[in-house]
Design a protein around this ligand. Structure first.
Ligand code: NOJ
Length: 758
């Protein structure tokens, strides 16, 4: 600082620095006049060097930098005061290093919210949660001598230039009331808990449970046809709605498409090898409807396309892996879309015909079936938000419900078909796979948030589970949609009605509860007025706790506790059905790193919550499937979000599958059928003989499967041999040539001699 102000002053033609200097005596007097280091802290900015102007001479201009807001962190009610929690830890460490590890007291730390926020101040809760956690890291991990923390402020008060327009308080003060009543905010309850726990306690929910899953537990991993197969025009396959969607500009990130994808259509052997390496006992994959029925109808069966699944199923069984087959994972025949797709109720019969063909041809070997994958996504994402095929978004208040209605009927007909025609002989299990987040109230002290969380669940999992497991749509959905429709002047509900016969026919069409789950949301009420939209009907917004760990997908936060809660919800709400988790997993994006510790962490925590649900809560969960076997086309986000156990190297035309580190982690859980207690170890199940390892960089060399190094050695050796051979050949020819010449010369000489002789 002295140097900087001095040089600026010199450049400004001043005889002395504008920064006053202390005398030696003053320095000695001042130094050490602090028993503790007290620091007030609010935000972090990003600075970059600039040459500050010489005039006017000022503190600002002396510094030679500009400041920007840290764009990745949430804005607050005061400009330039973003909530950048990680900055607190760095500042505390800086103080430690710079000032000889003093005892530190944080004497002010807090955040402003707009006056109208009053007592429901979730942003302040997130602020304290993340900042105090960073302070804890500085103390616990970095050895900063942090002795105290002061939340600012006790109550809303006069905030200098901002007057009463913003408040920092843990208590809300009503400045319109002459008595100035104080009301504790949500943050006050939260901060009370932090003080009581003297930090953040690991609650019971987060502690590991050691134990095993029931014998015969199903361990599986999943993929879907459009996401991995490629071969989009191969052997007579018809076009699907995803082929069209992906070939429509601006629909898929970076113009990716599934034309080739992971080329699984041509790689049965490779896929089986990685499944074996993962040690799963089941494999969930889906059938591309148009590979079998190019125009979606039974008019023509494409045997070449069918042969792929026939061979795949046989190869799986030969590897002792049971197939778990999904009939419909979103790739509807384009020909059927052209006559209305899921909106046209003739689709129910078309789907039944398709299911009939597949059951009849594969049912002798396939014993586990999913009719339809994630009907919520088909209805809402494809026909409401329109960010998945067929990409329709202009009738969000009606179309998703019509589509949903037909999906439920189609599923039920396929189940009945199996039940009536195939079950006795084939003895398999058929169900639908329903997906849902778990939903918690954003503010657990607020009834409106508790109600919003319930609505999110009923409109998500309940939309499809209620008719199939309990009969008909839930009262909540029926009432809300009818009332909102009538209030908007419609003559009837936008939610179609099932007839009493249909309700009966649909109820009970399951042999297990197929369930896809990834994450949890926080819900709060949102009033959409007259907007005729699913979101308006649900009347809720969702957000994420800022302390939750992220993934490669914006919507997916690591929230293991939610799995146990939603499994319990399924048990209570739908009569304790047998559950198979048909998908669960986590993504990453950005540079490839095979050390995917986030994935091992995710699986360990989620599977452990599933174990608790099973052993402690009596949830009848019989199987678990990870998403996904390998990195693949993540729908509209293309190949950028990677969920795979195996990385697929897309820059190599051979698309090799390369194991990420979590492969051995997950396969150990499978081998142990759960989590053996380390206290009673060592456990043999944890030391596995490697099955058949697919080498990261294995290459085909002269017909042999070799590692890159082996191939390199091979190549060098061949080269050396070649050089020896060539040199040898050259030497040999030279030798021959010389001998010949010598012979000739001898001959000549001989001749000469002879001649001479003769
Ligand atoms: C569910 C879907 O079934 C699957 O296709 C998708 O890739 C994963 N979720 C991850 O988003």
């Amino acid at each position: 600082m002295k140097a900087q102000v001095l040089v600026k002053s010199e450049l400004q033609g001043l005889p002395l620095s504008r920064l006053p200097s202390f005398t030696e005596e003053e320095k000695n007097f001042i130094k050490g006049t602090a028993d503790i280091f007290c620091v007030n802290h609010y935000t972090t900015t990003i600075v970059s060097h600039v040459t500050g102007p010489l005039s006017p001479p000022s503190y600002q201009n002396d510094r030679d930098f500009t400041e920007e807001e840290e764009g990745g962190s949430p804005a607050t009610a005061i400009k330039n005061q973003r909530a950048v929690s990680w900055g607190l830890r760095r500042l505390l460490n800086w103080i430690k290093e710079e000032y000889g590890n003093p005892e530190i007291y944080i004497t002010n730390n807090g955040v402003a919210t707009k006056e109208k926020t009053s007592w429901d101040d979730i942003d302040r809760v997130f602020f304290y949660k993340t900042y105090i956690n960073e302070a804890l890291k500085a103390y616990e991990v970095d050895g900063v001598q942090l002795k105290g923390y002061t939340a600012a402020s006790l109550m809303d008060s006069f905030e200098w230039l901002n007057g009463y327009t913003v408040g920092f308080g843990l208590y809300h003060v009503d400045f319109t009331d002459p008595n100035r009543p104080r009301t504790p905010k949500f943050s006050a309850h939260f901060y009370f808990q932090v003080m009581k726990d003297n930090g953040f306690q690991t609650n019971d929910d987060e502690r590991m449970l050691y134990g095993e899953f029931p014998q015969g537990f199903l361990w599986s991993t999943a993929t879907a046809s459009y996401q991995i197969e490629g071969g989009w025009r191969a052997d007579g396959k018809g076009l699907s709605i995803w082929d069209k969607f992906a070939h429509t500009p601006l629909r898929i990130f970076e113009n990716d498409n599934g034309d080739i994808a992971c080329d699984s259509y041509n790689k049965i052997d490779e896929d089986i090898a990685i499944l074996k390496q993962l040690r799963v006992n089941h494999y969930r994959f889906s059938i591309s409807w148009t590979r079998i029925l190019p125009d979606g109808t039974k008019n023509y069966i494409n045997e070449a396309g069918f042969s792929y699944y026939d061979r795949l199923v046989n190869a799986l069984l030969a590897a002792n892996i049971q197939p778990h087959v999904t009939l419909y994972h979103w790739d509807l025949p384009l020909a059927l879309q052209n006559v209305g797709g899921w909106e046209n109720d003739t689709i129910v019969e078309r789907f039944r015909d398709y299911a009939d063909i597949i059951f009849s041809r594969l049912g002798d070997r396939v014993k586990l079936w999913v009719t339809i994958n994630e009907p919520y996504n088909v209805a809402m994402v494809g026909h409401g938000y329109g960010v998945a095929a067929p990409g329709i978004s202009f009738r969000p208040g009606t179309l998703p419900y019509i589509v949903g209605h037909n999906l439920i009927k189609a599923h039920a007909e396929a189940w009945h078909l199996y039940n009536d025609k195939y079950r006795a002989k084939q003895n398999g299990k058929v169900s639908i796979t329903i997906n849902s987040d778990w939903s918690e109230p954003r503010n657990p002290y607020k009834q409106e948030d508790i109600d919003a969380a319930r609505r999110v669940i009923q409109f998500y999992i309940g939309w499809f589970a209620h008719p199939i497991f309990n009969g008909d749509y839930s009262e909540m959905m029926k009432t809300i949609i009818r009332e909102r429709s009538l209030a908007a002047g419609l003559t009837q509900s936008r939610l179609p009605e099932f007839t009493p016969e249909e309700i009966k026919r649909i109820k009970g069409t399951y042999d297990y509860f197929g369930f896809n789950h990834y994450t949890t949301v926080l819900a709060f009420p949102v009033e959409y007025g007259n907007l005729q939209h699913y979101d308006g009907d649900r009347g809720a917004g969702t957000t994420a706790d800022r302390a939750w760990l992220n993934s490669g997908s914006g919507w997916l936060k690591i929230t293991p506790f939610g799995l146990r809660r939603i499994l319990n919800f399924i048990k209570e709400e739908y009569g304790n059905p047998m559950i198979i988790i048909t998908e669960n997993g986590i993504s990453e994006r950005g540079p490839v790193d095979l050390k995917d510790s986030h994935r091992s962490y995710y699986y360990e925590k989620y599977i452990n919550q599933m174990l608790k649900a099973n052993l402690l809560d009596g949830v009848d969960v019989r199987g678990y499937t990870t998403w996904s076997l390998m990195d693949n086309l993540e729908w509209a986000t293309g190949f950028a979000e990677r969920f795979g156990h195996f990385y697929v190297n897309r820059s190599d035309p051979k698309l090799p599958r390369v194991a990420k580190e979590s492969v051995s982690f997950f396969s150990t859980i499978i081998n142990c059928n759960g989590f053996p207690d380390p206290a009673s170890g060592p456990h043999d199940c944890m030391k596995q003989e490697p099955e058949e390892t697919i080498n990261d960089s294995s290459v085909n060399f002269l017909g042999l499967k070799l590692s890159a190094e082996e191939a390199e050695t091979g190549l060098n050796a061949t080269f050396a041999l070649l050089i020896i051979a060539v040199t040898g050949a050259i030497c040999l020819s030279i030798g021959c040539f010389l001998t010949k010449r010598r012979k000739k010369e001898t001959k000549k000489v001989d001749n000469v001699e002879l001649e001479r002789k003769f």
